[in-house]
Write a protein that binds this ligand. Structure first.
Ligand code: HEM
Ligand SMILES: *[C@@H]1O[C@H](CO)[C@@H](O)[C@H](O)[C@H]1NC(C)=O
Ligand SMILES: *[C@@H]1O[C@H](CO)[C@@H](O)[C@H](O)[C@H]1NC(C)=O
Length: 323
């Protein structure tokens, strides 16, 4: 403590000593939980160690979407399903490696639904080539989410970075991901569990402005003879553009998912979510501003930082010990 040596008056010394004690207590509390003192995420985290990271991720996504225009939508959904399950730690990306690792990819919310994993592999390979061992898989999902929104016509923002990758999955938590058939109070509860409020719920569901849904999850269900996996656009008006048309669709009763429509139709909606839907439908700037704030909140769910976790070499597997 350089400051305490410069303090001469007794009162000043007492203050400095108290300050030292507080700092030590904070450090001890961190150590007691088995963590290094929590480091905050930062938008400049890779500026020195991997300055090209953002460009590398963008190039791979741009290439992938030439043959698969749905990729931006699929990638942002991966960040959501990662962050809601024991924090943004890349756990969603792990494949089965039994008995230690049971993959989250086959829980109901993900099985035959979460997609884009080969593109994440391509991003990781490109980053390992550019700056080996530096960029975590959890951060790849956060970067990919922002880039996917930006290249689809949505807002851009400074992504907070510095997450590290976990070494476990959490099946119980993954089975508890929001379901399209959850009533409003359950959706709100699942968001509150990760410190996201009603505005976050309404803003983040605005991501259903692009991408696709299987008819088995829609309010109308599949028509006779249609396979349950038949795809429809989530936003019938501007299917591949990130804009606020989704909220207009909602107001016209045109939302595809039951979990979308409950934000207006639930008995509790008029006092909570419905006014926010109206706001975002009438003001795209307001929606964009709130969407960015909510994405940053979601990206801040329990990240591993400092010396916790690891930087995976392969997003599908934890690094082997002793290497
Ligand atoms: C309120 C909770 C939510 C529920 C119940 C929900 C449910 C769903 C369902 C059922 C699908 C279609 C999956 C399929 O047919 O295979 C879907 C797709 C999608 N969701 Fe959500 N979602 C929620 C919140 C979010 C959030 C927070 C985001 C991102 C910020 C998001 C982004 C997307 C995107 C972009 C797609 C299209 C993915 C693609 O085309 O591959 N969703 N969601
Ligand atoms: C996932 O879907 C496949 C069909 O593609 C099915 O065979 C399998 O049983 C499903 N897994 C789980 C855990 O439901
Ligand atoms: C959709 O239709 C299928 C086939 O008739 C049925 O098994 C399934 O339960 C329906 N889903 C919902 C949510 O009603």
């Amino acid at each position: 403590m350089a400051a305490s040596s410069r303090v001469s008056s007794p009162a000043g010394w007492l203050l400095a000593a108290a300050h030292c004690t507080l700092v030590m207590l904070a450090l001890l509390a961190g150590a007691a939980r088995g963590h290094s003192p929590a480091a905050a995420l930062s938008s400049t985290f890779y500026d020195a160690s991997c300055p090209g990271a953002h460009d590398v991720v963008r190039r791979v996504i741009q290439d992938a979407r030439v043959s698969d225009p749905r990729i931006p939508a699929s990638l942002i959904r991966l960040h959501f399903h990662d962050c809601f399950v024991q924090g943004c730690d890349g756990s969603l990306l792990l494949d089965d490696d039994l008995p230690a690792i049971q993959t989250e990819k086959t829980v109901p919310a993900n099985n035959n639904s979460a997609r884009g994993f080969p593109v994440v592999d391509d991003i990781k390979a490109a980053l390992e080539h550019a700056c080996p061992g530096i960029v975590s898989c959890a951060d790849i999902l956060a970067l990919a989410a922002e880039i996917s929104v930006e290249i689809s016509g949505g807002p851009r923002w400074s992504v907070l970075l510095g997450r590290r990758d976990g070494t476990t999955t959490n099946i119980a938590s993954a089975k508890n991901l929001p379901s399209p058939f959850d009533p409003l109070d359950k959706l709100k509860q699942k968001f509150r569990n990760v410190n996201l409020d009603d505005t976050d719920l309404v803003a983040l569901q605005g991501a259903h402005t692009f991408g696709k849904v299987q008819c088995q999850f829609t309010r109308e269900n599949c028509t006779v003879g249609q396979p349950e996996g038949a795809l429809e656009n989530l936003d019938r008006v501007t299917p591949n553009v990130f804009d606020n048309k989704y909220y207009g669709n909602l107001l016209h009763g045109q939302a595809l998912l039951p979990s979308d429509q409950v934000m207006l139709s639930d008995p509790a909606a008029p006092a909570t979510t419905a006014p926010i839907v109206h706001r975002f439908a009438s003001n795209q700037k307001d929606f964009f501003r709130n969407f960015v704030a909510s994405m940053i909140k979601m990206g801040n769910i329990s990240p591993l930082t400092g010396r916790d976790g690891e930087i995976r070499k392969n997003c599908r597997r934890v690094n082997s010990k002793g290497h």
